[in-house]
Design a protein around this ligand. Structure first.
Ligand code: TYM
Length: 327
C-alpha cells in the first residue's frame, strides 16, 4: 500500500516561486510514489475576506496552475476544500478539544493579526484547526510543506495524540516533509522576510504567470548588499536567496554555481538567473494557457477530484461522530 500524501494551498493573491519551490515542486515529485491528494483551500482563503468573484476565479486559476506545474490528475486527486463539507464539520469537533493555549502560540496568527488588526477574525485564529481537519480526514502520512507551516503540523500532531488518547485510535499521525533547500524563499525586495502572497509590493515576488520582462525587471531590482563576491553565504541573505533560486531551477551543485560566477558581479548573476527562471517557468505558462484555453475542461476536472476524495472524508467523519457521541 502506498503512503498517503496530503497538502494544501490557498487561492489568494498570486502563486509565486516560493510556493513552487517550497511546496508544489515536491508534490509533483512525490505523486508516483505516494497516494497523493492536493487541496485548494478556499475556506482558508476566506479568512482574508476576498472579493467573492475574485475568490472563485482564483480557485479555478490555481487548479489549472497546479496541473500546469505537473500535478497529474490521473495520479493525484486535486479538489476544492469547500466542495467537501466534512472539512468544516470535523473542524468543529477538533475545536472542542483544542485548548486556547495551543492556538495562542501560533506565530502565523500572531504575525498576521499584528499586521492587519481589523482583519484578525475568528476564522484566522481557528485556521490551524481547519488545517488539521484537512489532513486528518484522509489518514495522511506525509504533508509536504514550506517551513512556515511546520508549527501548524505540530499542532495537528498534538490534536492526533489528544483525540486518540481520549477516544481511542482514530487518526493517523502525520509528518511534515520540508525540503532541505527552498523551504523558505525570501522576498526579493526584502530578503529578511519570507516571500508571501499577501505582500503586494511590485518587486516582492516572482509569480508563476509573470511575463519574461516582469521577471527580468524584478530580479534586476532585487535587494542585495554592497559586496561583490557571489558565494552561498547565509549571512548575506539577498545574494543567498538568489543563489538558492538559481540552484533549485538549474539542479547544479553549490560548488558548480560558485565556480560559474567566480569573478563576475551581482548584475551578471541577476541576468543569468532571470533567463533560468524564465525558461523554468515557460513550460508551466504554456500548459496553463492550453488548459485554460479549453472551455469547461478545468471545471470537469474539479468535479472529478471531489468525487475521488469525498467517500474517504465522509467515512472518517462518520467514525469521528460515532466516537464523540454525535448523532
Ligand atoms: P499557502 O497557500 O500559504 O502556501 C502553500 C505552500 O507554499 C509554501 N510556501 C513557501 N515555501 C517556501 N518559501 C516561501 N516563501 C513560501 N511561501 C509559502 C507553504 O509552506 C505551503 O506549503 N495553511 C496552508 C495551506 C493548507 C495546508 C493544509 C497545507 C491548508 N490546509 C493542509 C498542508 C496541509 C497555507 O496557507 O499555505
Amino acid at each position: 500500500m502506498k503512503k498517503r500524501v496530503f497538502s494544501g494551498i490557498q487561492p489568494t493573491g498570486n502563486i509565486h516561486i516560493g510556493n513552487y519551490l517550497g511546496a508544489i515542486k515536491q508534490w509533483v515529485a512525490m505523486q508516483d510514489r505516494y497516494d497523493a491528494i492536493f487541496c485548494i483551500v478556499d475556506m482558508h482563503a476566506l479568512t482574508s475576506l476576498p472579493d467573492p468573484e475574485t475568490l472563485k476565479a482564483k480557485t479555478r486559476e490555481l487548479f489549472a496552475l497546479l496541473l500546469a506545474c505537473g500535478i497529474d490528475h490521473q495520479k493525484s486527486a486535486v479538489f476544492v476544500q469547500s466542495h467537501v463539507s466534512a472539512h468544516a464539520e470535523l473542524t468543529w469537533v477538533l475545536n472542542c478539544l483544542i485548548p486556547m493555549g495551543w492556538m495562542n502560540r501560533m506565530t502565523q496568527f500572531k504575525d498576521k493579526s499584528r499586521r492587519q488588526k481589523e482583519m484578525a477574525n475568528v476564522g484566522l485564529y481557528d485556521y490551524p484547526a481547519l488545517m488539521a481537519a484537512d489532513i486528518l480526514l484522509y489518514h495522511t502520512d506525509v504533508v509536504p510543506v514550506g517551513e512556515d507551516q511546520v508549527q501548524h503540523l505540530e499542532l495537528t500532531r498534538d490534536v492526533v495524540k489528544r483525540f486518540n488518547s481520549i477516544y481511542g485510535e482514530t487518526f493517523t499521525m502525520p509528518e511534515a516533509l520540508v525540503p532541505e533547500v527552498g523551504a523558505r524563499i525570501m522576498g526579493l525586495d526584502d530578503p529578511t522576510r519570507k516571500m508571501s502572497k499577501s505582500e503586494t509590493g511590485a518587486g516582492h515576488a516572482i509569480n508563476l504567470l509573470d511575463p519574461p520582462d516582469a521577471i527580468r525587471a524584478k530580479l534586476m531590482r532585487a535587494t542585495t548588499d554592497s559586496l561583490t563576491e557571489v558565494r552561498f553565504d547565509p549571512l548575506r541573505p539577498g545574494i543567498f536567496n538568489l543563489l538558492v533560486i538559481y540552484e533549485l531551477f538549474t539542479g547544479l551543485s553549490r560548488p558548480e554555481i560558485e565556480a560559474r560566477f567566480e569573478g563576475k558581479g551581482y548584475g551578471y548573476l541577476k541576468k543569468e538567473l532571470a533567463e533560468v527562471v524564465i525558461e523554468g517557468l515557460r513550460p508551466v505558462q504554456t500548459r496553463y494557457q492550453e488548459l485554460t484555453g479549453e472551455a469547461g475542461r478545468a471545471e470537469a476536472l474539479i468535479a472529478q477530484g471531489v468525487s475521488r476524495v469525498q467517500p474517504t472524508a465522509e467515512q472518517t467523519l462518520a467514525a469521528v461522530k460515532e466516537k464523540v457521541g454525535l448523532g
